[in-house]
Design a protein around this ligand. Structure first.
Ligand code: PPE
Length: 307
C-alpha cells in the first residue's frame, strides 16, 4: 500500500493538502499514543461512493473517545459529513477512510486533559488487506506468543492507537515465523482476535465467534457477518472459545473492514478443512461481496451515499 500524495486531508474542519497534514512532534499523541480512530470502507455502487455502516463506525469512534474522556469538538453528524466531504475532495469512490481523534500540542506529562482534542480524516485506495490470493484461497495463520490484555487491565473495546502496539508485535512475529497473519488469545488462553481482524470458526455446520469478554474489538464486520450468517440460516454462537477449537474447526475466516471476509487455510501448521476456502465461508463471503458490490439491494440499510 503506497499513498498517492496528491489528495486532501481533513483537519479540524478544513481540507489541507496531503503533504501539509502535519502535527507537532511534542503533541501528546506522539509521546503517549493518545488517539482513537476508525477504519471504514466506501464501495463503488452504480458509479457512486457508498459508505459501509458509516453511522456505526462514527458512533464507535465517539464511544472510544468517551472511554478515554476525549471530548470531540464535532457532532457525529458533522464527522459523517466531513467524511463525505473528504471523499469528494479526493475524487474517490471505492476507498478506505481513516478518521483519527488525537490529543494534540499544548504540554507534556501523562495527564492529557489540557491538550486539545484534534480530528483528522484521510481517505485512500486500499485493496485486499491480506492479498487477493488470500481472499480466494485462504491465509496461513499462527497463534501469537503475546496475549491480549485482560479485560481488567486495558480497554479492548476502545479502538485506540496504543492497542496497535500489541497488534504490531503479533503481526511481526507471525510474519517472522512465515505466516501471513497472527492470532491472539486472551489472558485465559481463549481465542480473542487477529491483530486487525475478528475471527470466526465453523464446526459441524455451526458458526462460532469469541465473546467480547475475550478482550476483542466489537467489530462492525463481525456484527455484519453475524447478521448475514443468521439470515443464511446458520446458527451463530458467541461464546468463550478455547484455543483447541482452532485445530479442529472445519473452516475459519477473518472479518474486518480492511480484511473484509478472508478465509483461513492453515492454523499453526495444521491444515484447516481441505486447506482452502470452505463452503460455509464461501457462502458468507459471497453474500458479503454481493452486498458491498451492490449486486443485491441494501436490505439492512448499511450504506450512506456520497452525493
Ligand atoms: N479487531 C481489531 C484488533 C481490528 O483492528 C479490527 C479492524 C477488527 C477487529 C475488525 O473491526 P471492524 O473493522 O469494525 O470490522 N481493523 C482495522 C485496522 C486495520 C489496520 O491495519 O489499520 C480495519 O480493518 O480497518
Amino acid at each position: 500500500m503506497a499513498f498517492d500524495e496528491s489528495g486532501k486531508i481533513w483537519m479540524d474542519g478544513e481540507l489541507v493538502d496531503w503533504k501539509d497534514a502535519k502535527i507537532h512532534v511534542l503533541s501528546h499523541v506522539v509521546n503517549y499514543g493518545t488517539d482513537v480512530f476508525e477504519g471504514i470502507r466506501a464501495y463503488e455502487i452504480d458509479g457512486k461512493a457508498q459508505i459501509f455502516r458509516l453511522e456505526d463506525h462514527v458512533k464507535r469512534l465517539f464511544d472510544s473517545a468517551k472511554i478515554y474522556k476525549m471530548d470531540i469538538p464535532f457532532t457525529q453528524d458533522e464527522i459523517c459529513e466531513a467524511i463525505k466531504e473528504t471523499i469528494k475532495a479526493n475524487n474517490l469512490t471505492a476507498c478506505y477512510i481513516r478518521p483519527i481523534v488525537y490529543r494534540g500540542y499544548k504540554e507534556l506529562g501523562v495527564s492529557p486533559v489540557n491538550c486539545p482534542v484534534n480530528v483528522a480524516i484521510a481517505v485512500w485506495e486500499w485493496g485486499a488487506y491480506l492479498g487477493e490470493e488470500g481472499m480466494a484461497n485462504g491465509v496461513n495463520i499462527g497463534v501469537s506468543s503475546w496475549r491480549k490484555p485482560a479485560v481488567s487491565t486495558f480497554p479492548n473495546i476502545a479502538k485506540a492507537g496504543a492497542n496497535y502496539m500489541l497488534s504490531q508485535l503479533a503481526n511481526m512475529e507471525a510474519k517472522d515465523n512465515g505466516f501471513d497473519e497472527g492470532l491472539l488469545l486472551d489472558v485465559n488462553g481463549n481465542i480473542a482476535e487477529g491483530p486487525g481482524e475478528n475471527v470466526f470458526l465453523v464446526l459441524d455446520g455451526k458458526i462460532y465467534t469469541p465473546t467480547l469478554s475475550s478482550s476483542l474489538l466489537k467489530g462492525i464486520t463481525r456484527d455484519s457477518v453475524i447478521k448475514l450468517a443468521g439470515d443464511l440460516g446458520y446458527e451463530v454462537n458467541v461464546l468463550p472459545l478455547p484455543r483447541d477449537l482452532l485445530y479442529i474447526a472445519d473452516e475459519m475466516f477473518f472479518a474486518g473492514t480492511a480484511a473484509e471476509v478472508t478465509p483461513i487455510r492453515s492454523m499453526d501448521h495444521r491444515i484447516v478443512g481441505e486447506g482452502k476456502r470452505g463452503p460455509v465461508t464461501e457462502k458468507i463471503q459471497r453474500e458479503f461481496f454481493k452486498i458491498v458490490n451492490g449486486e443485491v439491494e441494501d436490505r439492512y440499510g448499511w450504506f450512506s451515499p456520497v452525493d
